[in-house]
Ligand binder design. Structure first.
Ligand SMILES: [Zn+2]
Length: 338
């Protein structure tokens, strides 16, 4: 099964039953390899008639928790325990993941800003097009795993689409969030027209959620555990995978629900400098509270710039590198307003 327009070819039939291991071959003719292809790892485990879920990581190549969680899951999941289909992409933007970079070194593009993609575009755009038109269109559910990458660190947080009363798809997203049992969940405005994996899922009528699990260019073992356990709860709840036993402590913990209904929840550097944070992840903060300072060691007699919060909220993510430019995001808050 391939898209009519895409030149990306899977090395196996995506509709085949059993456990299929292979690559999406994206033709890429370059100096070092005239007839080469970019090999994007893909696994499908299919049995029975249950629903299809797409699990993805490595959309940003400097985010590692999801890549590890899915790499481990692939070894465990066998067709006999599956009713439906689990499609797994560990390094969705393969060139970015291979380089450990947020964006692809091949075309400098951010896959999570390229949907719905272009079958005749650059490699990142072609990947977006294939993921949306072929894989998302096969999927009833999708879970796209992120972290703060090199520049941010997130508390373990599920992202989901906010919906109005009677919005059935949004209600189903919320059900997945509750099932996942992460410590935090943040609703974001409806994604239609936005160029992310969650928007792609929505356009293709898949129930799609995302997640942020740590970051800092490393792997947080606590976040990784939460991610791994949550994936198992999702697959179990949807009756797609019935492992003989769920791991201990499999009851979801209480999730703190937040939302992101104001641009003021993102705090930016107004000028370049060395960033000194004044609050920590998980802190509750209030409007006008000092978020941190930007110091100027090149002009050390200058007063540091005070960065202040513009709204109340809970600190979900913070910038990791101290060296900052005007326009860099320093904090991401969630709030409790409805
Ligand atoms: Zn990401």
């Amino acid at each position: 099964m391939t898209s009519a327009n895409s030149i990306i070819e899977p090395t196996f039939d995506l509709s085949a039953s059993g456990k299929q291991l292979g690559y999406l071959k994206l033709p890429h003719s370059v100096h070092r390899s005239a007839y080469g292809f970019i090999p994007i790892p893909i696994v499908s485990v299919k049995n029975g008639t249950g629903p299809t879920i797409l699990l993805s990581s490595g959309v940003h190549g400097d985010e590692f928790e999801g890549q590890i969680a899915l790499t481990k899951l692939i070894k465990e999941i066998e067709p006999a325990q599956v009713n439906g289909q689990v499609i797994i992409l560990t390094m969705t933007n393969f060139p970015a993941a291979k380089a450990g970079l947020r964006t692809s070194p091949v075309d400098d593009l951010n896959l999570n800003r390229e949907f719905p993609g272009d079958p005749h575009g650059t490699p990142t755009s072609q990947i977006a097009h294939f993921v949306e038109t072929v894989l998302m269109s096969m999927a009833d559910y999708s879970f796209d795993i992120h972290s703060g990458g090199t520049s941010l660190h997130y508390l373990p947080t599920i992202l989901y689409r906010a919906g109005k009363v009677g919005d059935e798809q949004a209600d189903k997203c919320k059900e997945l969030v509750t099932t996942f049992g992460a410590p935090y969940a943040i609703s974001i405005p409806s994604n239609k027209g936005i160029r992310t994996t969650m928007a792609a899922a929505e356009r293709q009528n898949a129930i799609g959620i995302g997640g942020e699990f740590g970051g800092s260019g490393t792997v947080s073992s606590e976040s990784l555990q939460i991610c791994e356990l949550g994936i198992r709860r999702l697959l179990h709840h949807l009756k797609i995978w019935s492992p003989i036993t769920l791991p201990p402590a499999s009851e979801p913990e209480e999730t703190v629900y937040l939302n992101s209904n104001s641009e003021n929840l993102l705090v930016y550097a107004d000028q370049a400098g060395l960033f000194e944070p004044a609050v920590q992840l998980g802190d509750m903060v209030v409007t006008n509270q000092i978020a941190g300072y930007l110091h100027h060691p090149d002009t050390p007699w200058l007063k540091p710039e005070e960065v202040r919060f513009k709204t109340d909220g809970l600190v979900l993510a913070k910038r990791i590198p101290s060296l900052s430019e005007r326009g860099d995001c320093l904090f991401h808050l969630g709030n409790f307003d409805r």
